[in-house]
Design a protein around this ligand. Sequence first.
Ligand SMILES: Cc1ncc(COP(=O)(O)O)c(C=O)c1O
Length: 388
Amino acid sequence: MKEDASLPENARFETRAIHVGQDYRSETGAVTPPIYMTSTFEYGNPGGFDYTRSGSPNFRNLQKTLASLEGGEYATVFASGVSAITAVAFSLKAGDTIVSEQNIYGCTYRLFERVLRNFGVTIRYVDLTKVENYSVIRELKPQLVWLESPTNPLLKILDIGAISAVAHEVDATVLVDNTFASSLLQQPLALGADLSLLSTTKYSNGHSDCLGGVVCSNSEVWQEKMIFAQKALGLQPSPFDAWLVSRGLKTESVRMERHCANALELAKRLEKHPRVSLVSYPFLPSNPAYELATRQMKGGSGMLLADFGLSWDEALQFMKKLRLFTQAESLGGVESLVAHPASMTHASIPKAEREAAGVTDGLIRFSVGIEHVEDLWEDLERALHLSQ
Ligand SMILES: Cc1ncc(COP(=O)(O)O)c(C=O)c1O
């Protein structure tokens, strides 16, 4: 057995992803932590566990890893990204206000509009890529400012540091949904945000075989609220899913490198394709937000948005012609997926509001996987050819 299993203080992301959170006690020497499939724990155990709704060794291992990778002191894991969103949303009370970026994940919008509003919370949506709209934060003095960057599905890039500075003038808490960027590519807490939320279903796990979510912070107060939400609202994951996310994180850095390289290459080629009227990818030098994106992120991630000038029906037909990209909700897995935001991920947003936010009928969203890039390109070219 190792004489000293402690981690060097300056261990890097790739090393921490594999070694942090692995310090479970075991008499067996198993290199991979077991899955604790138990609902309850004997009273008085040294780990302080009592009941899995409020904690499990698998949550503890994963929380340690995620806190380290997000550069935060605390992390609380949940059953899904939406559970993590629910945990934060339900820490508000009647009379509170959220200022939210206008382009957010459809289910976040649905939770805000169809659930939270009924409890007396006011939500105001603005385009936070426009500096002149920061004044809304100063005027409304919200309790919470809600951001995604890159946004789902438009891949807009928001200046996390600048928005956080304005929000902090009025004591608002800033949450960044970091799902599209991943912990490797963007560190919202270091950029100035108070909370970094991930759907760990996506890049953290990376294999499209479980659901999970997390909220990370450096705030003891928020950590207490999150632990309370986990148990009081029953938002905890299963130990098995937590174990799967822990396993997925060990390869996040190598997966992300390939996601980024493949998506950038496809974006560059699509940009030159005669059928393409719009391609959006944060790390394309022609992207208006390129300078901000490259300052804020270490890579452009694997999400790509394109408009081929197709109608709603033609877009649906185009997706059926693809052989490697599977039409499905979700993103961030090793396999490439394709989605039509207007009818899928953002269908819960009324048409007028969806279009006002820029989510038009012809947009197609790609989650570029880690297959060989030439195979992916051939698939795209072939489908475009067949849908002429
Ligand atoms: C940006 C973003 N946040 C949160 C979620 C919700 O995550 P989950 O599906 O794990 O509940 C998603 C899901 O697609 C997402 O895209």
